[in-house]
Structure formats: structure tokens, C-alpha cells
Design a protein around this ligand. Sequence first.
Ligand code: IMP
Length: 213
Amino acid sequence: MSQPHRKLTGRVVIATHNAGKLREMRELLAPYGIEAVSAGELGLGEPDETGDTFIANAQIKAEAAAQAARLPAFADDSGLCVDALGGDPGLYSARWAREAGDFPAAMANVHELMHAKGAISGAQRRAHFVSALAIAWPDGHLETFEGKVFGAIVWPPRGDLGFGYDPFFQPDGHARTFGEMSAQEKHGIPADGSQALSHRARAFQSLAKACLG
Ligand code: IMP
């Protein structure tokens, strides 16, 4: 039998040192009356992301922050998985961008690798974004959630909204890339309870249903 979910109340540590993620997570949690402090504000370190899944890495970050702060902690891990590259850059999406120098260079590298594999059109251009979210409590309780969005890699990249690999990815059922969509369209949580679009918003919808409100 599965364990009941645990509700999140009061104060939570957001286990990220990334200002953009912190802002987005604070915005998502605010309507539920959750007060968010960041790992950076508490002076917590950053653990090595040694997991071999998105969930495992989110868990490592959440558990490290929960133990250090003695508060519930919320963490995420995410990436872009390209079918023609066996799921790369996947867990290493941020690292590929760091090593390439910037996101335009990282997208060009991914495009070139896809081209070398003959992944030029249609079904060969399939990809998906994944977001894993974890909440860890100081007593060891853990909740994890995952959201995905499927679509296609486009070349050249289009749009200058959003961040990261957004201009490179067109979600199924849409004629525009994430880079051409407003934050509300990409990350917004629909008030009517229908499914959100982005991987992160979808993971958050599952988390909210189980652990908030
Ligand atoms: P991490 O979750 O901090 O390990 O980083 C994930 C990597 O995937 C970063 O390089 C992000 O820019 C990229 N990524 C994750 N989600 C998105 C998204 O919604 N749009 C564009 N890039 C993303």
C-alpha cells in the first residue's frame, strides 16, 4: 500500500542557488501561504549532483538542505532529452551549456550532433523536457514528482523569451517554440485545473495536489 502524502506547511528552504529558479519556486508556493527561504540566504552549501536520474538529483539536493537547515526543503532537477542522441544532454543539460560557453553554442552543438546522426526532419527530431521536484523533511520523509513535455527540436532556434534551451524546443500541438511564449503560457498553472504546458509546471501540479492546500 502506498504511504499517504505529507502536507507542506509553514517555512520551506528552496534548495537552489539559481536566482531564476528561486523566483519561479517562490511564485509557485506563495498562493499556498508557504514562506520560502533560499539555501543561499541560509549560507548552505551545494551538494554534488551524483544521481543517475533527475529524481535522484532532486532528492540529493532536497535532503542535503533539509538536514542542514532542519526545515522541509524543496529542490528540482531538469533537462532536455533528445531522442536521436540517446537522451543527451539530459542530466548534463546545464553542464553542456557551461562547457559550450553559452546556450546558443550548446544548441548549435546539439544540432550538429543530431545532423551527424542523420536526424534532420520529422520523427527524428523528437525531444522532451523533464522536471523532477523533491520535498525532503528533516525526519527523512521524502516526496518526489516528475513532469514531462514532449515536442521537437527546431533549427534555427526561434524567440528570445524564456531561458536556456527554450528557443530550440517546440512543444507538441503548438506552432511556436518555448522561446516565443510568454511565461504565463509556458509555466502558468491554468485556473480551470487543466494540464499546464511546461515540464516544471506539470510536476508542480502533481506536487500541489499531493502536498499543498
Ligand atoms: P539544472 O536543473 O539546474 O540541473 O539545469 C537544467 C538545465 O536544463 C539547464 O541548463 C536549463 O537551462 C535547462 N532547462 C531546464 N528546464 C528548462 C526550460 O524550461 N527551458 C529551457 N531550458 C531548460
